[in-house]
Design a protein around this ligand. Structure first.
Ligand code: IMP
Length: 178
């Protein structure tokens, strides 16, 4: 069923059921990969808030959770080259295994910016887990991107945390622009 958000129309792309299944599978991978560590999950707000919450419930071992807030779209449907750094990560990540949790990787600019910034704080390792990836939009490879929920076409999506003009974050499924 099509829906309208502000001036744009959207149609279903990924169902809540598929998101739940994929999140469980990624959680299992993380449990195996970090069984000998106490990782710090760094959630990138706002778009990943639902994914962070659901993914973290799949983690069985001890872990810590911290947040940062970055923006590269602010309002429109295309990525801006300039990243807005709204809230810095406060936790000390020196010698820690860091797992960045993102909603979506588009051009990759946001992640390159964040990874470079966090590397200067000397963590033991940095990996990235993103619910969505648009491979055709990625400007340069991101070595740290180890966990991806779904690869999608180069299309604008909303729902499950992702917004268009700050709306649509509450939708349970993910929709693409018609
Ligand atoms: P990048 O810096 O171009 O990789 O963009 C990453 C950020 O842009 C994500 O964390 C989202 O906040 C936002 N973004 C990218 N693609 C979409 C989309 O299709 N819908 C909504 N937000 C998006």
């Amino acid at each position: 069923m099509k829906i309208k958000i502000a001036d744009l129309e959207f149609e279903p792309l990924i169902s809540e059921k598929l998101i739940v299944e994929r999140t469980k599978a990624i959680g299992q991978q993380l449990n195996a990969d970090y069984q000998n560590s106490i990782p710090v999950f760094v959630g990138v707000l706002n778009g990943s808030f639902l994914f962070i919450a659901d993914l973290i419930k799949q983690i069985e071992g001890p872990c810590e959770i911290a947040f940062t807030k970055l923006a590269s779209y602010y309002g429109g449907t295309t990525s801006k080259l300039k990243i807005r750094d709204d809230i810095d990560l406060i936790m000390d990540i020196k010698d820690r295994d860091v797992v960045i949790i993102e909603d979506i990787v588009d051009t990759g600019n946001t992640l390159h910016y964040l990874i470079d910034k966090l590397k200067q704080r000397n963590p033991s390792s940095i990996a990235v887990c993103s619910l969505l990836l648009k491979p055709a939009a990625l400007l340069s490879p991101i070595e740290e991107l180890k966990y991806v929920g779904f690869e999608i076409e180069n299309e604008f999506v909303v729902g499950y945390g992702l917004d268009y003009q700050e709306m649509g974050r509450n939708l349970r499924d993910i929709y693409k622009k018609v």
